[in-house]
Write a protein that binds this ligand. Structure first.
Ligand code: PGA
Length: 249
């Protein structure tokens, strides 16, 4: 059984003070659930403050939103995977659509970042998803399959088995317009098949999350759909009450 994953991507929101306050409020109300994992991706500057109230909670995991593909060096403003690991991160987002579309991140860079994550002992959470134009041109399945296979191309089969995938249609992110559970399930099945090409029946072990305008109202229906093993949430993860109702769905 894959545990259900609830992942909060705070993006460029919540500095150290707000992050610490959020976690205290959330943890007071969120009891440990054995069947689910809750992950937080705070901004790097708020990472330590967010994590500190949760160090005694093995059911809560933390990751960074981005890493560089090099382990160290002259890359002003960047974060290296070994540093993130040293700071207590277990996960890293790779290939989020904002990284791909605002910062021009390529499939090759995603592959290099996944490899850097694994070298440092971080689990990559690779995000894939089509733009509205690509969807309207009928390219969704080919785009997400290409992003998945390219992003994982530098990993061993063993590393692929323990990685996490998120399907996040670009047109659904931050728009209030989520994919329907049926539409999302169809693409999750495509991703599961693409994983099976890489790691055969171990594809069943990989968690595939859905992201894009997940709310307390739509989360149950999304999680009930086949092959949707969790959610990656932006906007609705910024408020402790909304996030609590998502994580207890
Ligand atoms: P959203 O963002 O929940 O605000 O749509 C999701 C994401 O970007 O991971």
């Amino acid at each position: 059984m894959r545990p259900v994953v609830f992942a909060a991507n705070w993006k460029m929101n919540h500095g150290p003070t707000a992050a610490h306050g959020f976690m205290r409020t959330f943890l007071e109300q969120y009891d440990r659930h054995m069947d689910r994992t809750v992950l937080f991706f705070p901004p790097a500057l708020a990472f330590a403050a967010a994590r500190e109230p949760a160090v005694e909670r093995p059911d809560i995991g933390f990751g960074v939103q981005n890493i560089h593909w090099a382990d160290h060096g002259a890359f002003t403003g960047e974060l290296a995977a070994p540093m993130a690991r040293d700071a207590g991160a277990d996960y890293v987002l790779v290939g989020h659509s904002e990284r791909r579309h605002i910062f021009g991140e390529t499939d090759q860079q995603c592959a290099d970042k996944c490899a850097a994550a694994e070298r440092a002992g971080l689990t990559p959470l690779l995000c894939v998803g089509e733009t509205l134009d690509q969807r309207e041109r009928g390219e969704t399945e080919s785009v997400v399959t290409r992003q998945l296979k390219a992003g994982l191309s530098a990993l061993t089969q063993c590393d692929i088995t323990t990685s996490i995938i998120a399907y996040e249609p670009v047109w659904a992110i931050g728009t209030g317009r989520n994919a329907t559970p049926d539409d999302a399930a169809q693409i999750h099945a495509v991703l599961r098949n693409a994983l099976a090409d890489l790691i055969s029946d171990r594809a069943a072990n990989v968690s595939i999350l859905y992201g894009g305008s997940v709310t307390p109202t739509n989360v149950r229906d999304l999680l009930a759909a086949p092959n949707i093993d969790g959610v990656l949430v932006g906007g609705a993860s910024l408020d402790p009450t909304k996030w609590l109702s998502i994580c207890t769905a």
